[in-house]
Design a protein around this ligand. Structure first.
Ligand code: PLP
Length: 392
């Protein structure tokens, strides 16, 4: 029955004037709203109808008072991690959080002090930098190595930094945004061993882990026995079901001391619970129906990202990265001048808003990220405009 539901991701839905940052903040960020947005990492694809129906039912109840953290919600998370990620977890290891970035901030507060060092691999999702800096910690930015068009972990650099400095935390984007890399078990194990040797806690942001293209397989950090004692895994329904506006995420921590400390800091700021609509959504989405939606979505996004990659590759001065995961394609435009010059051409000639690479750290300068979570025709016609603009 479940598998008979077919989703139509080609449907174009007007999002203007719905408080959608991707549309309604265009003028503020790009100086015009006469362009098509492929920046903010949410999708222009509808969430499943069974979610909408459930939310309507709940809204019709008409009372929206304080809520419990129900056993069923934790069972849904447990089921999803087992069914979709082959990860056995106990309900007692799960915490709720309004967002992955808020879990990141709580992690920084819980496990480091002002002036302490925190390591990350760049380019990476901007709040990895801004959250560390706003907490007045010292960010140690290790640029990823590009090998055969794919990001690689700079292991030697990591080892020497961890040996020389008193690093408290390592922030890992697993899979990686913006490069779309799925880190292998061996790569993760090497990182984990270096962190164990140097008393470093790992924050593994796995928000993109449901959108992975076969034969690549995501390895949750907690699937590695050695990592269990030192890791925080953060995940969310936000990317998978396009529900970032519902502000609902969760984390999993096996080590009791780390978990209790993190929850203690959440409680200090009263952010250890999530909103009612988000809870309702999480419980209904992390289910067999949700898994069916996800499989169709991943098939759709796989073709979108690979078509975009191939179109960009035809121009041998643009250097796109092939995505193993995520609905994002990361592309090097440096052959076309400074990022400011490229930006102007993207906005004025191609009429698109892409995410500029500097958001992802200084190693991202001159690169741009294209969001492929859009109806295919619209996406490909925008990419055709980009190819035409950067023809010579
Ligand atoms: C790697 C990564 N982490 C976290 C987030 C944001 O998650 P949240 O909205 O749950 O804070 C994003 C959004 O683009 C992301 O790409």
């Amino acid at each position: 029955m479940i598998n008979q539901i077919q989703y139509n991701f080609d449907e174009v839905i007007d999002r203007r004037n719905t408080n959608a940052e991707k549309y309604d903040a265009l003028k503020r960020f790009y100086g015009t709203d006469d362009i098509e947005p492929f920046w903010v990492a949410d999708m222009d694809l509808a969430s499943p109808n069974f979610l909408v129906d459930k939310l309507i039912d709940r809204v019709k109840h008409s009372i929206f008072g304080y809520t419990e953290k129900s056993l069923e919600l934790f069972e849904s998370i447990e089921w999803w991690m087992k069914n979709e990620h082959n990860l056995d977890i106990n309900k007692s290891t799960i915490g709720l959080s309004p967002s992955v970035v808020s879990t990141l901030c709580m992690t920084i507060q819980s496990f480091s002090n002002i002036g302490d060092s925190i390591v990350t691999f760049s380019p990476v999702y901007g709040p990895f930098f801004s959250s560390v800096k706003s907490h007045k910690r010292n960010l140690v930015d290790l640029p990823l190595i590009i090998n055969n068009g794919k990001f690689q972990i700079p292991f030697e650099h990591l080892e020497s930094i961890l040996k020389k400095n008193d690093v408290k935390l390592l922030l890992l984007c697993n899979p990686h945004n913006p490069g779309g890399r799925v880190w292998s078990k061996d790569e993760l194990l090497k990182i984990v061993r270096l962190c164990i040797d140097n008393n470093v806690i790992i924050f593994s942001d796995e928000i993109h882990s449901d959108i992975v293209y076969k034969p690549n397989v995501h390895t949750p950090i907690l699937a590695l026995n050695e990592a269990k004692n030192i890791s925080i895994l953060a995940h969310s329904i936000g990317k998978t079901f396009n529900t970032s506006g519902l502000k609902s995420s969760f984390f999993i921590v096996e080590n009791e001391i780390i978990k209790n400390k993190l929850i203690h800091f959440q409680k200090l700021s009263h952010v250890d619970n999530i909103n009612l609509i988000g809870k309702t959504a999480m419980q209904v989405l992390l289910s067999p129906e949700g898994a069916n939606y996800k499989r169709q979505l991943v098939d759709y996004l796989r073709l979108n990202t690979s078509l975009v990659y191939k179109k960009l590759l035809i121009n041998n001065k643009l250097k796109p990265m092939e995505s193993d995961a995520t609905f994002l394609v990361w592309c090097d435009f440096r052959n076309y001048g400074s990022w400011q010059e490229v930006s102007k051409m993207l906005i004025n000639d191609a009429k698109v808003a892409l995410s500029g690479g500097k958001f992802f750290g200084s190693s991202g300068e001159g690169w741009f990220r294209i969001n492929c979570g859009h109806p295919r025709l619209k996406l490909l016609s925008a990419v055709d405009r980009i190819c035409k603009t950067f023809k010579f």
